[in-house]
Design a protein around this ligand. Structure first.
Ligand code: ATP
Length: 271
């Protein structure tokens, strides 16, 4: 299966709550994000088999802040997928934003262990995204709920990562401020595709700030000038995000389909 086909397939499986009829052994990945938690199962070739997700606020800026809540959600997602597949899942991979260290880095593994999944590896989120896109040369920019992370890959080697606490949450706050509505209402408005054209001018300064952050992360690295740039993460779902980011960044960027699912799929591929 082609990479984009895999992403469309995963989206379909999650939306319909169905399972792809593919033989095991299976790999499991859990993405504990600022805005959502996603559990994905693939076959040994990385083809999506099943998945489930929940919007949740158990992580802030890449750090687990509600350990009990996070564990319960992973338990629920695991139980849902196990029922769909008719098997027990016992191991899984997790990911963290680049630069997360110490106890914060260990927290994701503890969460999935608490939910009954033995943590077998933990990777950097943009590295997982690169795996899902099958990229071994290029720049992956991951703009999630709370963070913007980048990974630069050169002929298969990860040569640079960086992360900064700016993401979709900041877009939501800007919408709330501009329209004088609550953050919850702003989040709903932001995810309403029919409103995106109207909202775009309001959030443009935040998109430009995100592009500036990535530019600064890459400052002085002229070697990466001709590397292809891929933007993933739920924030890139916003209609027109890729075009506006490209303009502010000064280079063309590629936004794959269902950008929110790229990192979770990649994590499972490491599982
Ligand atoms: P992080 O990686 O920062 O810890 P995360 O893994 O939760 O966070 P993602 O799941 O990649 O991040 O993306 C979540 C963000 O995507 C949220 O801010 C959410 O509001 C935004 N988002 C999701 N769907 C849409 C949509 N249709 N339009 C605009 N934004 C969206």
């Amino acid at each position: 299966m082609e990479q984009y086909e895999k992403i469309h397939q995963l989206y379909h499986l999650i939306e319909t709550g169905t399972v792809a009829d593919l033989p095991g052994p299976y790999k499991v990945g859990v993405d504990l994000g600022t805005a959502d938690v996603v559990l994905v199962v693939t076959d040994s070739h990385g083809n999506p088999v099943a998945g489930s997700m929940r919007w949740a606020s158990v992580v802030k800026d890449g750090l687990v802040v509600d350990f009990r809540g996070a564990t319960m959600i992973v338990e629920e997602l695991k139980a849902e997928v196990e029922e769909l597949m008719g098997i027990t899942l016992d191991q899984g991979a997790t990911a963290i934003p680049p630069g997360t260290v110490g106890r914060n880095a260990q927290a994701c593994g503890h969460v999935i262990a608490g939910a009954g999944l033995e943590p077998i590896c933990q990777i950097d989120e943009p590295v997982a995204a690169a795996k899902a896109l099958n990229i071994n040369h290029g720049i992956v920019v991951d703009i999630g709920g709370g963070t913007t992370g980048i990974a630069v890959l050169k002929h298969g080697d990860l040569i640079f990562t960086a992360d900064e606490a700016t993401g979709g949450t900041h877009i939501t706050l800007t919408i709330a401020g501009a329209y004088k509505i609550t953050v919850e209402e702003a989040e709903i408005l932001k995810k309403d595709v029919s409103q995106h054209r109207r909202i775009l001018p309001v959030i443009l300064p935040v998109i430009e700030k995100m592009a500036t952050i990535v530019k600064q992360m890459l400052a002085g690295q002229d070697e990466y000038q001709d590397y292809p740039v891929y933007v993933v993460g739920g924030t890139a779902t916003f209609s027109g995000f890729g075009e506006e980011f490209s303009k502010a960044f000064g280079r063309e960027v590629h936004v794959p389909p269902h950008p929110l699912l790229i990192t979770p799929l990649g994590i499972a591929m490491f599982g």
